[in-house]
Design a protein around this ligand. Structure first.
Ligand SMILES: *[C@@H]1O[C@H](CO)[C@@H](O)[C@H](O)[C@H]1NC(C)=O
Ligand SMILES: *[C@@H]1O[C@H](CO)[C@@H](O)[C@H](O)[C@H]1NC(C)=O
Ligand SMILES: *[C@@H]1O[C@H](CO)[C@@H](O)[C@H](O)[C@H]1NC(C)=O
Ligand SMILES: *[C@@H]1O[C@H](CO)[C@@H](O)[C@H](O)[C@H]1NC(C)=O
Ligand SMILES: *[C@@H]1O[C@H](CO)[C@@H](O)[C@H](O)[C@H]1NC(C)=O
Ligand SMILES: *[C@@H]1O[C@H](CO)[C@@H](O)[C@H](O)[C@H]1NC(C)=O
Ligand SMILES: *[C@@H]1O[C@H](CO)[C@@H](O)[C@H](O)[C@H]1NC(C)=O
Ligand SMILES: *[C@@H]1O[C@H](CO)[C@@H](O)[C@H](O)[C@H]1NC(C)=O
Ligand SMILES: *[C@@H]1O[C@H](CO)[C@@H](O)[C@H](O)[C@H]1NC(C)=O
Ligand SMILES: *[C@@H]1O[C@H](CO)[C@@H](O)[C@H](O)[C@H]1NC(C)=O
Ligand SMILES: *[C@@H]1O[C@H](CO)[C@@H](O)[C@H](O)[C@H]1NC(C)=O
Ligand SMILES: *[C@@H]1O[C@H](CO)[C@@H](O)[C@H](O)[C@H]1NC(C)=O
Length: 357
C-alpha cells in the first residue's frame, strides 16, 4: 500500500510547495462611480487580537468585524486571533476611474524603523503593494517617510453588479493548494464567474496569497429603494447593523431570506430607536405569526433620515394547491405567495412623548 501512496503524496506535496506566491499588485475592476460595503481577508502572520485588527484597519466599531465573521456579539475585544487565521475585514469601497479602493481608510501612522515595503508586505500582509501606497499618498520617494506620517492604505474592492445581480465583493486571499473550483464551491459562485471577474485564463495562473475578487450573494430583503441603506446587501453567514444600529439583520443561505430584529443596542445619531411595529398588527420587526397555512412576518423595510423605520408585513402562504394540473392527478404542491403591505412609522409623536415624560 505504502508504495502506491508515496509517489502520489510526493507529487501532491511538490505541487503544493511549488504553487507560486503572489508578488505583484491586483486591483479590482469597478466600472460605475459609486460607494458600497466590501470585505477583504486579513491573514495576520502573528497571533493577534480583534481589537488590534480593529485599530489597524481603522474600524469604528468591533461589532462590524464580529458580524462579518459571524462571531457572537458577546466576543471580547481581546479575543485571540491565531497566526494565519483569516479574518474578514468590512470596509467602505469607493469606485473611481474604473478602480475600486477602500474609501480613504484604513489610515496607518508610520512607526520608527518602518519602511513602505514593511507596511505593505508585513503589517498589511501583502493586501497592497508599497507602490500602491506610495501612489495614492503622493509619495515620490518611497525612502522618505516620516514617523507619525498618516498613510492611506488602499485596499482593493468593487461595487459592480455581477451577471446583473447586486453582490458584495469579497477580496479572498488564495491559500496554498486551493483552486478556483474549491473557492467557487465554498462561496456559492462558479469557476467561470471567478475567471471572468479576475481576468484569469486558467488555474495555473492562480497564486497563493493573491487577492481574488469573489462575488457573494446577498439575502433577499424587503428594503425599499428610497431607504437610506438601499441596496441593503447582507451576504451568507454574516450579520449587520443598520438604521443607526437600531436593527440587526442576518443572512443564512438556508433560505436566503434576510432576518431582522430590533438590535437592543444604543442607536447612533438618533436619541432613541423609533417604534418598529407593523401596521394593524401586534408584530414588531422579526415577529412571526401563523394562521392556518399562512406565515406572516413583520419585516424590516428600511429607514429614512427623518427618524423613521419602515416595516412591511410579508405573508408566505404554504397552503396546498387543491387544483392539481391536468395529467398529474394527486400532485399537491406548495404555493409560495408573498404580499407586501408597506407602512411608514411616524415616530415624532412618540419621541415627543418620550421627551415630555
Ligand atoms: C480578556 O479581558 C477580560 C476582561 O476584560 C479578562 O477577564 C480575560 O482574561 C481576557 N482574556 C485574554 C485572553 O486576555
Ligand atoms: C485613471 O486610470 C488611468 C489608468 O488606468 C491612469 O492613467 C489615470 O491617471 C487615472 N486617472 C486618475 C484621475 O486617477
Ligand atoms: C511577528 O512577531 C515577530 C516576533 O515576535 C516580530 O519580529 C514581527 O515584527 C511580528 N510581525 C508583525 C507583523 O507584527
Ligand atoms: C495627491 O495629489 C493629487 C493631485 O496633486 C491631489 O488631488 C490629492 O488630494 C493628493 N492626495 C493626497 C493623499 O495628498
Ligand atoms: C454559506 O455559508 C456557509 C458557512 O460559511 C458555507 O458553508 C456555505 O457554503 C455558504 N453557502 C453559499 C451558497 O455561499
Ligand atoms: C494555462 O496557461 C498556461 C500559460 O499561462 C499554459 O501554458 C497552459 O497550457 C494553460 N493550461 C490550460 C489547461 O489551458
Ligand atoms: C432569493 O435569492 C435567491 C438567491 O439570491 C434567489 O434564487 C431567489 O429567487 C430569491 N427569492 C425571492 C423570493 O426573491
Ligand atoms: C429562514 O430560516 C430561518 C432559520 O434559519 C427561519 O428562522 C426563518 O423563519 C426562515 N424564513 C423563511 C421565510 O422561511
Ligand atoms: C450621523 O450624523 C453625522 C453627523 O451629524 C453624519 O455625518 C452621519 O452621516 C450620520 N450617519 C448616518 C448613518 O446617518
Ligand atoms: C416579538 O419579538 C420580540 C423580540 O424581538 C419578542 O421579545 C416578543 O415577545 C415578540 N412578540 C411576539 C408577539 O411574538
Ligand atoms: C393567506 O394569505 C392570502 C394572501 O396572501 C389570503 O388571501 C388568504 O385568505 C390567507 N389565508 C388564511 C387562512 O389566512
Ligand atoms: C419621512 O421620510 C419619508 C420618506 O423618506 C416620508 O415618506 C415621510 O413622509 C417623512 N415623514 C415626515 C414626518 O416627515
Amino acid at each position: 500500500m505504502g508504495f502506491h501512496f508515496t509517489p502520489l503524496l510526493l507529487t501532491l506535496l511538490l505541487l503544493i510547495s511549488t504553487l507560486p506566491t503572489k508578488s505583484s499588485s491586483q486591483t479590482f475592476k469597478c466600472s460605475s462611480p459609486s460607494t458600497c460595503h466590501s470585505l477583504i481577508d486579513f491573514i495576520s502572520p502573528n497571533r493577534t487580537t480583534l481589537s488590534h485588527i480593529k485599530t489597524l484597519f481603522s474600524i469604528k466599531n468591533i461589532r462590524s468585524i464580529l458580524g462579518a465573521n459571524n462571531l457572537p456579539l458577546s466576543t471580547a475585544p481581546n479575543f485571540t486571533i491565531h497566526a494565519k487565521q483569516p479574518i474578514k475585514i468590512p470596509f467602505p469601497c469607493l469606485c473611481f476611474n474604473n478602480t475600486g479602493l477602500s474609501n480613504n481608510q484604513p489610515t496607518y501612522a508610520v512607526k520608527k524603523d518602518d519602511t513602505l515595503y514593511h507596511i505593505a508586505a508585513e503589517v498589511f500582509s501583502g493586501l497592497v503593494t508599497f507602490q500602491e501606497i506610495a501612489a495614492v499618498n503622493n509619495i515620490t520617494n518611497a525612502d522618505l517617510i516620516e514617523v507619525g506620517q498618516k498613510l492611506w492604505i488602499p485596499l482593493p474592492c468593487s461595487c459592480d453588479d455581477v451577471d446583473g445581480v447586486k453582490v458584495v465583493h469579497y477580496g479572498h486571499v488564495v491559500e496554498t493548494g486551493s483552486s478556483l473550483e474549491l473557492i467557487a464551491q465554498e462561496y456559492g459562485t462558479s469557476r467561470d464567474t471567478l475567471m471572468k471577474l479576475n481576468g484569469i485564463a486558467n488555474d495555473s495562473s492562480l497564486l497563493a496569497g493573491q487577492v481574488l475578487d469573489v462575488p457573494l450573494q446577498a439575502c433577499n430583503s424587503s428594503v425599499r429603494s428610497d431607504s437610506v441603506d438601499y441596496p441593503f446587501l447582507v451576504p451568507n453567514n454574516t450579520y449587520f447593523f443598520t438604521a443607526n444600529n437600531c436593527v440587526k439583520c442576518k443572512c443564512d443561505a438556508a433560505n436566503w431570506t434576510l432576518q431582522c430584529e430590533p438590535s437592543g443596542i444604543r442607536p447612533s445619531n438618533w436619541s432613541t430607536c423609533p417604534a418598529m411595529q407593523c401596521e394593524g398588527s401586534l408584530l414588531t420587526i422579526g415577529n412571526t405569526t401563523t394562521s392556518s397555512c399562512n406565515i406572516t412576518t413583520c419585516a424590516y423595510a428600511g429607514f429614512s433620515k427623518n427618524q423613521s423605520i419602515f416595516t412591511t408585513l410579508a405573508t408566505q402562504s404554504t397552503c396546498p394547491v387543491t387544483t392539481a394540473p391536468a395529467g398529474t392527478p394527486g400532485n399537491y404542491a406548495s404555493r409560495i405567495g408573498l404580499s407586501w403591505n408597506y407602512l411608514l412609522i411616524p415616530i415624532h409623536l412618540i419621541l415627543l412623548l418620550v421627551y415630555l415624560l
